[in-house]
Design a protein around this ligand. Structure first.
Ligand code: DX5
Ligand code: ZN
Length: 227
């Protein structure tokens, strides 16, 4: 089953609860929270208090994507605030094993994120201690960017590495995902689709139809993957 994870970066922060609940009622499977610190990426977004508030207002799985320089210092606090899974960039975590382990020890699931130009092999030594791998299909920092086509090959390559090891780790793809490319990314091996602008702002913010369109593209992709 392919999961759809709307990114609240494109939601209206004045009515965040309403937007999140609307996406969940429309069939979203989890909520993707983009945390940016203005250092690792050139943008500043939201942090621990917002995760805590989201945890209080919804039961859905909270998928927290840390785009921060000091991930090791803050990751456990996101789990304590209510994150179900916390993903950290390999480019921002020199002590990757330590930070992933600390997330699990705090009671959360952990994942590794790779930027578009970071070799797939850089996740190799951390695969066995990861619950998910997130591949960026844009350079992180902003919503609404265009999908980088090369990401398709990267998904296939990572999928192969996971299968060769006999592991069962979902691949999440993030950046520029819309109904026009969702089938292809799923066919290549993606299991979780992050989508911000194509859920909350496309087509005048018609969240229900936007999620339905992503869902049918994802189903087409998984049928193609299966044969
Ligand atoms: C980008 C973020 C993404 C972003 C996706 O740095 O990690 O999650 O919000 O937005 P869209 O789907 O609009 O590319
Ligand atoms: Zn993200």
């Amino acid at each position: 089953m392919i999961r759809i994870a709307p990114s609240i970066l494109s939601a209206n922060m004045c009515r965040l609860e309403e937007d999140v609940k609307r996406a969940l009622s429309a069939g979203a499977d989890m909520v993707h929270v983009d945390v940016m610190d203005g250092h690792f990426v050139p943008n500043i977004t939201i942090g621990i208090p917002v995760v805590r508030s989201l945890r209080e207002c919804c039961d859905a799985e909270l998928d927290v994507h840390l785009m921060i320089r000091d991930a090791e210092r803050y990751a456990p606090s996101f789990v304590e605030a209510g994150a179900d899974i916390v993903t950290v960039h390999v480019e921002a975590a020199p002590h990757l094993n330590r930070v992933l382990t600390s997330i699990r020890e705090s009671g959360g699931q952990c994942g590794v994120v790779l930027n578009p130009a970071t070799p797939i092999s850089s996740v190799s030594e951390a695969l066995e201690i990861s619950d998910m791998v997130l591949l960026m299909s844009v350079n992180p920092g902003f919503g609404g960017q265009r999908f980088i086509g090369r990401s398709l090959e990267r998904i296939s390559k990572l999928k192969m590495m996971i299968e060769e090891r006999g592991l069962d780790i979902p691949i999440e793809i993030d950046g520029g995902i819309d109904p026009g490319n969702a089938a292809e990314v799923v066919e290549a091996g993606a299991d979780v689709l992050v989508a911000g602008s194509s859920v909350f702002t496309a087509n005048g913010g018609d969240v229900e139809n936007n999620i339905a369109a992503l869902r049918s593209a994802a189903m087409l992709g998984s049928q193609r993957r299966g044969r």
